[in-house]
Ligand binder design. Structure first.
Ligand code: PRP
Length: 191
């Protein structure tokens, strides 16, 4: 396991799921794919806006943006889901909205993890109502989850297990986001 001296939080991780190197390699692939897909849009002078969903996506967003070899704008939203997540009847409340209009833009929503899919399903509807040319989703990790709502994710970094994972932006009680890898949290930490 990669370690950083003095980071006691590593002791809370039972096993490493994805190393920093594995994540970097996959992010580079996603960046290349996005570059190829949007090259023509950029050549026509159309705006491409990456929308990072705070706070979990901050680290993925920073790396993915640098892997895209096109002019892209970066904006951020902070949302929270509530309601009956299992039956997809919840709603998303916006705590921080975008700073600029996305009308006529190509939007790429950047998210760290898709669990039930509810947050992104609602968010896609919300952003779609603002007149963008296109809205696509880039998720670092999609959990295998029986209760997921239907969600078309064009860019998925990894298909992950339905376990409590932390690191590379993912938290438990706001901790572990700065781990340079993704690992499985020991049950005794959150139970
Ligand atoms: C996490 C994650 C997604 C959402 C996914 O956010 O970043 O936004 O949950 O869950 P879903 O697919 O079941 O809707 P969280 O509320 O933990 O906030 P954070 O980004 O600040 O960690």
């Amino acid at each position: 396991m990669e370690t950083a001296k003095g980071m006691a939080v590593h002791d809370d991780v039972s096993r490493q799921l994805l190393s920093g190197g594995q994540i970097a390699a996959r992010v580079a692939e996603l960046g290349a794919q996005i570059t190829a897909d949007y090259r023509a849009c950029a050549a026509q002078g159309e705006r491409i806006v990456m929308v990072g969903i705070l706070r979990g996506a901050a680290i993925f967003m920073a790396d993915l943006a640098r892997a895209i070899e096109l002019p892209v704008e970066m904006d951020f939203m902070c949302v929270s889901s509530y309601g009956d997540r299992a039956s997809s009847s919840g709603t998303v409340s916006i705590q921080k909205d975008l700073d600029r209009s996305i009308e006529g833009c190509h939007v790429i929503v950047v998210e760290d993890v898709v669990d039930t899919g509810l947050t992104l399903a609602r968010l896609r509807d919300e952003l779609g109502s603002r007149g963008p040319k296109t809205v696509e989703i880039a998720a670092l990790m999609r959990k295998q989850h029986a209760g997921q709502v239907p969600l078309d994710c064009r860019y998925v970094g990894f298909e992950g297990p339905d376990e409590f994972i932390v690191g590379y932006g993912l938290d438990f009680a706001e901790r572990y986001r700065n781990l340079p890898y993704i690992g499985v949290l020991k049950p005794e930490i959150y139970l």
